[in-house]
Design a protein around this ligand. Structure first.
Ligand code: PSV
Ligand code: MN
Length: 424
């Protein structure tokens, strides 16, 4: 299903008066408003192909109906999101969940919706039917060479698919680790993993990046072989300039200071990619900004400050992606909410009065530093983000229009009520 341009225009027309009033309010006295708006127009967040269907837990999965049945339908769904918010201009694929049978046709279809292919994701955390060796005891860390080789070959195959689609990065997330003390020799597991990553790195095309994603626990519950940002940075540093750390917000131990991690990785030029989600307990994969919006703001504050310090382009120099999965919401509605939360928080981070913050820091004025940050965080920037969307050709109220057009009902009519998308 697609939403025609004229429907978006009609929708915008009906909200224009109210939007104008709210926009004037936020623009009044706002220094550099045009600069902020153009940054918001440019900013794009990739949608993970596995978030388009209803996720499950190990206890069950409750499909909402109308889920995409193929890669083509996943691309259509992301195209729909992008038409509504103009900030979801890329899709991130997971192999083998999304093997592009005819890459040229898939690429052309994505281009029709104005979509690019973001980072490619490999999968050595599940066994596939007919696979020669099992990943039950890990993949790149495995004690057996043939298992490690199979995992290396898979990652290289993922790079090849990505090349055909015009992607330029590979995200490696390994579930490798151990469940019980004594199960693994930590140094050997690290060395094996490093050797494997080196072989994959050697297969990267010239202009590609490799993102090494870390995660504290799950599915292994005693040790994880890429368990935190220190380990990821160690691999990335040993691998070379094309290797970076990827931060997934849900992959830390409780109360970790993620904003500090981000600041230091940026300082070292080793932050490569980002997976947005939110969580209360572990890797909950909840809607971005739904639980800890102030933490998200503090992270964005460091991202903007750290990228500016290195003269980086906010839109293109890091891989921005959502990584979430939902059990109870319509996945498309959820993704609209997540992208909106990211845009709002990015806008707030752009509002931070850097000069005042530096002055407060340099004079140890803790109260003033907090005031500067909270002044930005407490600013209602919804009209600003809506204006950026309007200028880019999107809808003033994407979620409202999605519901008004009965998108999910139409998708169920088109695809059926019991479709199940590939993914988790
Ligand atoms: C693992 O929890 C992860 O965050 C990795 O990015 C995977 O690719 C993704 O979720 C889906 O399993
Ligand atoms: Mn992730």
């Amino acid at each position: 299903m697609q939403i025609e341009k004229y429907k978006i225009e009609e929708h915008n027309q009906s909200l224009m008066k109210e939007h104008g009033r709210r926009l004037n309010f936020v623009m009044e006295g706002l220094a550099g408003a045009e600069g902020i708006l153009s940054k918001l127009v440019d900013f794009q967040v990739a949608i993970p192909s596995w978030a388009l269907g209803t996720g499950g837990t190990r206890f069950g999965r409750f499909s909402g109906g109308g889920e995409p049945r193929s890669l083509e339908e996943k691309i259509e769904d992301v195209g729909l999101l992008h038409a509504l918010n103009r900030s979801s201009g890329a899709i991130s694929l997971h192999i083998p969940w999304d093997i592009p049978g005819k890459p040229a046709a898939i690429k052309a279809l994505a281009a029709q919706f104005g979509l690019k292919f973001d980072a490619m994701n490999s999968n050595t955390f599940q066994d596939q039917p007919g696979q020669a060796h099992s990943y039950k005891f890990g993949s790149l860390q495995h004690v057996k060479k043939e298992v490690r080789k199979q995992a290396i070959d898979h990652n290289i195959e993922v790079i090849r698919y990505g090349q055909e689609l015009g992607s330029n990065s590979l995200t490696v997330w390994l579930s490798d680790g151990s469940c019980f003390p004594g199960q693994l020799n930590f140094r050997q597991a690290f060395q094996h993993t490093l050797e494997g990553l080196k072989e994959i790195y050697a297969a990267l095309p010239e202009d590609w990046k490799m993102f090494v994603e870390y995660k504290a626990f799950e599915p292994n519950f005693y040790s994880t072989t890429v368990g935190d940002w220190g380990q990821s940075l160690l691999y990335a540093s040993k691998l070379g300039p094309k290797a970076y750390t990827l931060v997934d917000l849900g992959h830390h131990l409780p109360n970790a200071n993620i904003e500090q991690i981000v600041a230091l990785l940026l300082m070292e030029g080793k932050l490569g990619g980002f997976h947005f989600n939110d969580s209360k307990y572990g890797d909950d994969d909840l809607t971005v900004g739904s639980i800890k919006p102030y933490q998200l703001f503090l992270i964005f504050n460091e991202l903007v400050e750290g990228m500016d310090a290195r003269g980086m382009n906010h839109t293109t120099d890091l891989g921005w992606m959502i990584d979430a999965s939902h059990n109870v919401k319509d996945p498309l509605e959820d993704l609209l909410q997540s992208v909106e939360a990211i845009m709002l928080t990015y806008a707030q981070a752009l509002l931070v009065d850097r000069k005042r913050l530096v002055a407060a820091q340099q004079s140890n004025d803790t109260v003033a530093s907090q005031e500067v940050l909270q002044q930005a965080f407490r600013t209602d920037v919804r009209a600003l983000v809506a204006e950026a969307r309007l200028r880019a050709g999107g809808a003033l109220d994407p979620l409202g229009l999605y519901r008004y057009e009965k998108v999910r009902e139409n998708l169920i009519k088109e695809r059926g009520a019991v479709t199940v998308a590939t993914g988790l």
